[in-house]
Ligand binder design. Structure first.
Ligand code: FAD
Length: 511
């Protein structure tokens, strides 16, 4: 029976699932509870090798470094053991029109002037026809990425490297193994077996799970990391799934690795295709490729043909089809069950947000850690914050499609004519009417990300942020020219990405 008193909150944690999300949850909790081995807390993870994991998920965003530092592991060791490469940006190819690229960089686009971001002045001067260079000339990440170079961020905010951010591309299987070894080393108990039954107490709380072997595992709090099936959160707790395919129609993916060819790029390439988009992710040992598409607009067979032609070299494994529904659960936490990863919702991996959502919801759970029996006020607040973040990401993903000028397939005609979420429509209107991008301070995608995608997709403000006019034009132009020159010389002096990886021990400096 679960401990009904739960004086200091739940103690016995049971995680169902051993994919990336299960082992992230196990590592995080095991690391926390290891601080006081006599506290009575325990973490048990149940996984089934027969069912297996989704086995994809190779690109991240800069917040992954917060997770690594929470675990207090050496960054260089993590990078070596997971075959990671550095990610400075995403290169979007053929999204606005075929034959054109644009970048979404990590990090800043120069300093602010009078509290207005430098890109506001860039849009204003660009609209006036001034020679202000390309918006991406203000990004150190892109100046490095274009030359296949890499440098670590600088602690000095005045340096062009002061505003740099980076993330990782990694091998999902090696990450699960790394986190498994870490969590088990910190006291997490792993049980191999398939969950076939779930018992609940009178107050609708989950009390135990039963495995095919007949073994019963009791717990106070259950974390559902069982993937798309949502074994506990959906089937037992009845938390419904909200379907967003009206805005994000991609519902299928095929993935296959190829051999590395040439220099390892420090960025992901995302290329728009006839019914979706393909990714290309360089790891240290191979290249990861995948096609995310909508089977409403292309058959699996035709998608596979288009994908194999696109990857351009021999696939090292037979591509397999994965099916999903873009959307979320409004209540990813119900009673004594929290869902993470695919069990909690999924948005196509266009901006590599799923793994971020796993640990950000874990950290959010720690902020809302129940002091006694689950408190509805706490749970409501948690669920609202999690849902707000998902909606913000959804809008940002839809932005990549809706402004396209492509009309060359049924898919592109659909995504450029659908009615947008009102929150997104308002954001586009505000930008196009007066050059302002208004984000919440805690938004995952800052106004810099929105500026990069809006500009890349050809959206232009018809009037400027009114406050940009207060600064004399020659002052703005000089700040931008100085910034561009500093960025160019810093990028020129940086080592190549491959040289950097070869000396990955240098990364210990950044830890
Ligand atoms: P899974 O990997 O499916 O793991 C589920 C676990 O539950 C498995 O261990 C399974 O054995 C276990 N299980 C299920 N049922 C039972 C049972 N009855 N008994 C016992 N155990 C059970 N995210 C990113 O951040 N970046 C990306 O680039 C990215 N690319 C992606 C590409 C695609 C095509 C897809 C589909 C997803 C991508 N993701 C990406 C998302 C990422 O893959 C997932 O967020 C991540 O892998 C977490 O998955 P998971 O652990 O929730 O589920």
């Amino acid at each position: 029976m679960p401990d009904q008193s739960m004086g200091d909150g739940p103690k016995k944690f049971v995680i169902v699932g051993g994919g990336t999300s299960g082992w992230m949850a196990a590592s995080c909790l095991a690391r926390l509870f290891a601080a006081n081995p006599n506290s009575g807390h325990s973490v048990t993870l149940v996984e089934s090798e027969v069912i297996g994991t989704v086995g994809v998920g190779e690109a991240t965003i800069p917040t992954i470094l917060d997770f690594i530092s929470f675990l207090k592991v050496d960054q260089a060791d993590f990078i070596r053991k997971t075959n990671s490469t550095m990610k400075l940006a995403i290169k979007f190819r053929d999204w606005r029109v075929q034959g054109e690229d644009y970048w979404h960089p990590f990090g800043t686009l120069g300093p602010s002037i009078e509290n207005r971001p430098l890109f506001n002045y860039w849009f204003a001067r660009n609209g006036q026809g001034a020679t202000t260079g390309d918006l991406m000339d203000l990004s150190i990440a892109i100046q490095l990425a274009e030359q296949d170079k890499f440098a670590l961020p600088d602690n000095d905010p005045r340096s062009p490297l002061g505003g740099l951010k980076f993330a990782l591309h990694f091998d999902a299987g090696l990450v699960a193994k790394y986190l498994h070894d870490y969590a088990v080393g910190k006291g997490c108990k792993r049980i191999e077996g398939k969950v076939i039954d779930v018992a609940k107490s009178a107050d609708d709380a989950i009390s135990s799970i039963t495995l095919e072997s007949g073994e019963t595992v009791e717990g106070d709090f259950f974390i559902d990391c069982s993937g798309f099936r949502g074994l506990l959160i959906e089937k037992e707790m009845g938390s419904p799934y909200e379907d967003w395919s009206e805005w994000l129609p991609c519902n299928s993916a095929i993935a296959a690795p190829t051999q590395l060819d040439g220099a390892t790029h420090p960025y992901t390439v995302s290329t728009a295709r006839s019914a979706g988009w393909t990714w290309r992710i360089p790891l240290q040992s191979r290249t990861g490729n995948g096609y995310v598409y909508s089977n409403r607009f292309i058959s699996d067979e035709d998608a596979k043909t288009e994908f194999l032609a696109a990857i351009g070299s021999e696939s090292l494994a037979e591509p397999r089809v994965l099916r999903f529904t873009g959307g979320m659960r409004r209540e990813i936490w119900r009673g004594n069950c929290l869902s993470l990863g695919l069990a909690s919702g999924f948005l196509e991996p266009l901006e590599s947000t799923s793994i971020h959502l796993v640990f950000i919801n874990l950290f959010r759970f720690l902020d809302h850690f129940p002091a006694s029996k689950p408190d509805p006020k706490l749970i409501d607040r948690f669920n609202r914050l999690a849902a707000d973040e998902m909606e913000e990401i959804r809008d940002f993903l839809v932005l990549h499609y809706c402004l396209s000028e492509r009309r060359d397939s049924e898919f592109w005609r659909h995504v450029t004519s659908m009615e947008l979420p009102s929150s997104l429509q308002q954001k586009i209107d505000l930008f196009e009417e007066n050059g302002r991008i208004l984000s919440h301070h805690d938004d995952l995608f800052t106004n810099i990300s929105w500026a990069a995608v809006l500009n890349g997709m050809g959206s232009k403000p018809s009037a400027n942020d009114p406050l940009t006019g207060l600064i004399p034009d020659d002052f703005k132009d000089n700040v931008m020219r100085d910034m561009q020159a500093q960025i160019r010389s810093t990028a020129a002096a940086a080592p190549s990405h491959d040289e950097f990886l070869a000396g990955a021990q240098l990364l210990a400096k950044a830890g």
